[in-house]
Design a protein around this ligand. Structure first.
Ligand code: CP
Ligand code: NVA
Length: 315
């Protein structure tokens, strides 16, 4: 059985990486590593017997929904998956009322939606922890799995040079703040106009001041790739941006992770992508499935990191 986590994080929401201290994020990574090992060895770790967790998805999901549902099951709990379109949310019932009601039934609420304010509203009216499963501006659960994967491969995060290429979007924002909290050297290469938001940059810079991390935003992908330990990318057209597709594809030309960028990185550097991938755009299928890809470990680690997160906020 895993060591019982301390209850320091019990009852906490996880809405933004910026809301959690470096030591709190590390506690998730440590327990995530331990739960991964226990699962691999077939050893019991039912840390949440009899607990119920609601999963509200207002947007499509493969990894997040399945890894949460399976993770809850492995922890001995029950996941209640709710597609917003099939609830009264679609008929005008407010999130305020929905959160007030659901938190009388369940022990935590996982929510994926558009506006970040909706996650905040859910948390404001929920008496149980709310976990952000992606908004237009953040993807904190993804960032947990990302840094877990990097630490697993390098044995450390401090000073690891993480280069992100493409859209300074929700995934980039949470990853950048996590990197800043954990003392990494983060550089994002974004086309002009697609840099991370001022809020994300302010959060990252504040965290970097405390940790000694470095945060840099550049427009030249080669400069970002130079000496990188990790190369990371995400789609150029996020959910909800489909109408901008043609303009985005044109604006992001030259920002794909390709052999040229890989050659500039350190010899042991590997590639990450939160998925889903759009092959031929931000990355090629050959690289994603090639020997320098950590993408599939990264996807797996969603399960372990989120199990740790749930255990820590619920126990
Ligand atoms: N990376 C990620 O969140 O994937 P899904 O959209 O499939 O959940
Ligand atoms: N940036 C992407 C991430 C998907 C997991 C999106 O928001 O669609």
């Amino acid at each position: 059985m895993a060591h019982l986590p301390t209850n320091a994080l019990k009852g906490r929401h996880f809405l933004r990486v910026a809301d959690w201290k470096p030591g709190e994020l590390k506690a998730v990574l440590d327990l995530g590593d331990e739960l991964k090992m226990l699962l691999a060895r077939g050893r019991p770790h039912k840390l949440l017997p009899g607990r119920s967790i609601a999963l509200i998805f207002n947007k499509a999901s493969t990894r997040t929904r399945v890894s949460f549902e399976v993770g809850i099951c492995q922890l001995g709990g029950t996941g209640v998956s709710i597609t917003a379109a099939h609830t009264h949310l679609a008929r005008g019932e407010t999130l305020k009322d929905t959160a007030s009601v659901l938190s009388r039934y369940v022990d935590a609420i996982v929510i994926r939606t558009g506006a970040h304010s909706e996650v905040e509203e859910t948390a404001a009216y929920s008496s149980v922890p709310v976990l952000n499963a992606l908004t237009d501006s953040s993807h904190p659960c993804q960032a947990l799995a990302d840094v877990m994967t990097i630490r697993e491969r390098y044995g450390r995060l401090d000073g690891v040079r993480l280069a992100y290429f493409g859209d300074g979007n929700n995934v980039c924002a949470s990853l950048m703040v996590a990197a800043a909290k954990l003392g990494m050297s983060f550089v994002a290469a974004c086309p002009p106009g697609y840099e991370p938001t001022e809020q994300a940059l302010a959060d990252a810079r504040e965290a970097a001041e405390e940790s000694g991390a470095s945060i840099e935003i550049v427009s030249d992908p080669a400069r970002a790739a130079d000496g990188a330990d990790v190369l990371y990318t995400d789609v150029w057209v996020s959910m909800g941006q489909e109408e901008e597709r043609d303009k985005r594809l044109a604006d992001f030309q030259g920002y794909s992770i390709d052999e040229r960028l890989l050659a500039l990185a350190r010899p042991e550097a590997f590639v990450m992508h939160c998925l889903p991938a759009h092959y031929g755009e931000e990355i090629s299928e050959e690289i994603a499935h090639g020997p320098r890809s950590a993408i599939w470990d990264q996807a797996e680690n969603r399960l372990h990191a989120q199990k740790a997160l749930m255990a820590l906020v619920l126990r």
